[in-house]
Design a protein around this ligand. Structure first.
Ligand code: FAD
Ligand code: SF4
Length: 512
């Protein structure tokens, strides 16, 4: 008997393991475990989505005639750890070998590497056959270079894969990047279509997780109307809906934020991709097909913006993770050490942008990229939050949060705690950016135009405080020079007032 372990984020229907049909000498093993529910405090919807997707996948394999050993969280024989469960199953099934797919998390990679010795079994690892590149591809691509640069990697990948390329090897439309045509705020009166949703009843699973005493965060208002897709069929329908309805305006409103729409034109495909129900290649190719079929409705700028996220950012982040872990998880370039305010777990703050972005994260286990980066992450960085605390929050709260893509985005892109491995400068802004890209400020108790008064938007003074307190670390960065020039040109009393306002804000973060 061979045991083949399938982790909760390895639900790849098209893996070559299954290509030859059922084999009575192979048992597939899927395990719901406290080891996985407890290594971070996850959003309740995230735990539900993972278990529901695993259960669905196990049923799919059984339907094809495969042997499956599935342990539910409350099964009496569940040892709640990988090693404990595999030890039992090895003995019970008289297994002679363990096979697994390479995990995407460093933590599990370490654990699985040690398993062979622990179990006294030969162990074999294979690829997940999901990503467009190998684990080490980004590390190899940038070997010997001082910095990683997404753009170089992205262009090389476009050429290698032939996505949106002309026969002469140049990019379609003569440019690699159409950002200038994208990233508009939503116009007044613009109606975003209702997000495509399919619901399922996960009441029993919800009750089981609660009964087991798993410590979670966030809310699941109605488990009988659970809104995340957890099967391949449903994920394919979500992809279809995105290609048909959202792709035509994806790039244009990629950075827009609105109280009127929680998903804007985003795909919400990250969970389905991260658990491997969908492959990045099929998502990108389906969307390119739609672009080819409807060129009058979908401009090159829209599809390029989308392809860049998946072929570029997603693979790039994974590659950086494997090139830089475990050191990456310890980096704290600014030495920030403040805890996050308690309202990160309730959404109860008077800052309307954060109230919306946090409230939506807690209600739906989802916020789109700019809410994560320019509202929540921006505030955490400006206030000097401890990157460990910020990572733990992001790793818990989002439906798609798996460490390889969470930590590189959070500690790297958003908090610049890596000192510039992922991005070339910190993503910080004053309230002006949020005012330009959203309708949050109109409904806020603070005034985005005020800098130091009692009602001033907290982002404004914190922005300058951030630059001033980190001057030694940032001043020489060629992409930041302008900020210091502007700051230095300000009259001394104005600078002092801004710093005093920021100090006052930092002293009463809980009350903001
Ligand atoms: P869309 O906007 O529709 O984009 C399409 C796809 O592109 C996404 O599904 C995703 O697979 C990919 N993508 C887009 N941006 C990125 C990026 N920066 N890095 C990697 N892939 C990207 N993404 C996660 O999957 N898991 C996380 O835990 C996660 N944490 C983040 C934390 C912070 C602080 C920030 C700034 C970003 C984070 N992201 C994370 C990246 C991105 O915000 C999400 O992938 C995206 O919001 C998911 O929603 P969507 O599927 O609607 O994306
Ligand atoms: Fe956010 Fe400031 Fe705008 Fe209020 S005024 S919504 S705090 S950016």
């Amino acid at each position: 008997m061979i045991l083949r372990l399938i982790l909760g984020d390895q639900l790849n229907h098209r893996h070559s393991w299954y290509a030859d049909g059922p084999d009575p000498a192979v048992t597939y093993v899927l395990l719901e475990m406290r080891q996985e529910t407890d290594y971070a405090r996850h959003h309740i919807q995230k735990v539900m989505a993972f278990f529901a997707a695993m259960r669905g996948f196990a049923e799919h394999l059984k339907g094809l005639g495969h042997r499956v050993a599935y342990r539910r969280l409350d099964d009496p024989e569940n040892r709640q750890t990988l090693e404990g469960n595999l030890r039992d199953l090895t003995a019970a099934l008289k297994a002679e070998r363990l096979e697994y797919q390479l995990p995407d998390e460093w933590r599990l990679d370490q654990q699985l590497r040690a398993l062979g010795d622990a179990l006294g079994l030969p162990v074999e690892a294979c690829d997940t056959e999901h990503f467009l590149t190998e684990r080490e591809a980004v590390g190899r691509f940038f070997a010997g270079k001082k910095t990683y640069l997404l753009e170089n990697f992205y262009r090389a990948e476009r050429k290698r894969l032939g996505y949106l390329m002309q026969p002469d090897g140049t990019p379609e439309g003569g440019a690699w990047n159409f950002d200038a045509e994208n990233r508009e705020p939503l116009p007044k009166g613009h109606r975003v279509p209702e997000p495509f949703m399919e619901t399922q009843d996960l009441s029993e699973l919800h009750a089981l997780i609660e009964r087991a005493g798993v410590q979670t965060m966030g809310r699941c208002e109605d488990p009988a109307q659970f809104g995340w897709v957890t099967t391949r069929e449903a994920a394919l329908r979500l992809l279809e809906a995105f290609a048909k309805t959202c792709l035509p305006l994806f790039g244009t409103y990629e950075d827009a934020m609105s109280t009127r729409s929680w998903a804007v034109y985003h795909s919400r495909l990250s969970f389905a991709m991260n658990v491997k129900l969908l492959s990045p290649a099929e998502v990108v190719e389906r969307c390119i097909d739609e672009y080819r079929a409807r060129p009058e409705a979908i401009s090159l700028a829209q599809i390029e913006g989308f392809v860049r996220q998946i072929v570029g950012w997603r693979e790039y982040m994974r590659g950086i993770y494997w090139a830089e872990m475990p050191r990456f998880a310890t980096l704290n370039f600014f030495g920030h050490d403040r805890p996050l305010p308690g309202w990160f777990w309730t959404g109860e703050t008077r800052m309307n942008c954060l109230k919306h972005a946090l409230g939506q994260s807690l209600d739906r286990a989802y916020a789109h990229h700019i809410q994560r980066l320019m509202v929540i992450g921006n505030f955490a960085l400006l206030m000097g939050a401890d990157p460990d605390a910020v990572d733990a929050w992001y790793l818990g709260v989002y439906i798609d949060a798996v460490e390889w893509v969470e930590i590189t985005n959070t500690r790297g892109m958003s908090q610049y705690a890596d000192g510039g491995i992922v991005g070339s400068k910190p993503y910080v802004s004053s309230g002006a950016y949020i005012a330009r890209m959203s309708d949050y400020c109109g409904g806020c108790l603070y005034n985005v135009k005020e800098k130091t008064g009692a009602n001033a938007c907290p982002f404004n003074a914190l922005y300058w405080h951030f630059y001033e307190r980190n001057r030694v670390l940032l001043e020489k960065n060629p992409r930041i020079g302008m900020a210091y020039k502007t700051w230095d040109k300000m009259a001394a009393p104005q600078r002092e007032a801004l710093l005093a306002k920021a100090e006052d804000t930092l002293s009463r973060l809980e009350a903001l």
